[in-house]
Design a protein around this ligand. Sequence first.
Ligand code: PXP
Length: 241
Amino acid sequence: MSAAHPPVRLGVNIDHVATVRNARGGAHPDPLAAALLAVRSGADGITLHLREDRRHIRDDDVARIRAAVSAPINLEMAATDEMVEIALRHAPHACCIVPERRAEVTTEGGLDAAGQMRSLAPKVARLRAAGIRVSLFIDPDPQQIEAAVQLRAPVVELHTGAYAEGREGELERLQAGAALAVSHGIEVHAGHGLTYANVGPVAAIPGIAELNIGHFLIGQAILEGLPDVIGRMKALIDGAR
Ligand code: PXP
């Protein structure tokens, strides 16, 4: 690491702690507890996606996490009037505008910022006027980066899904996209599908300032955490005899 390559911030996405909680409809595991643990473990920020169908994070999670977590909060959301009002109410550090289709399993592609310029412009402007850092989750496509420039978005998050799937040329597209955005003074984040195995080349791209990672971290935490948890439960059961 050198002054020319400052450290990359890690935003930990805790959505899938809520997915597990919601599987039973109760309160455990609590995404707020996960957010606090993540920050204590070195996360530079907490990312959460309030989807329109509330399939994982719910409105009260946003309120509780915003109130109790001192690290920057990055609220991912669709560009709807409802979500803009929620964002303005909670005033997170950042809002990442993502495309959302109800039938999708996850955010499957980047936002078409170029195609939706007219509807996005007033929403980006309102969020910015409230002091929220607006990020657009886009594919590393020059046309989309130019649209982010036009929209005066201070941040873009480049979708790494195609790279994570191993598609040829995607690392180069991310490198070129990051360089183009930086040349326009835009801060560059990246995320989607990043794992221990594929994070290195993305983290090495000079313009990248932040990575947002969720699914792999939560899944891996289950695997790496199981031995301790099982040991503790066995001890409790044995101690009761
Ligand atoms: N960044 C954005 C904008 C996302 O929508 C997602 C997925 O919710 C992520 C990062 C994290 O992706 P993953 O869960 O695959 O690490």
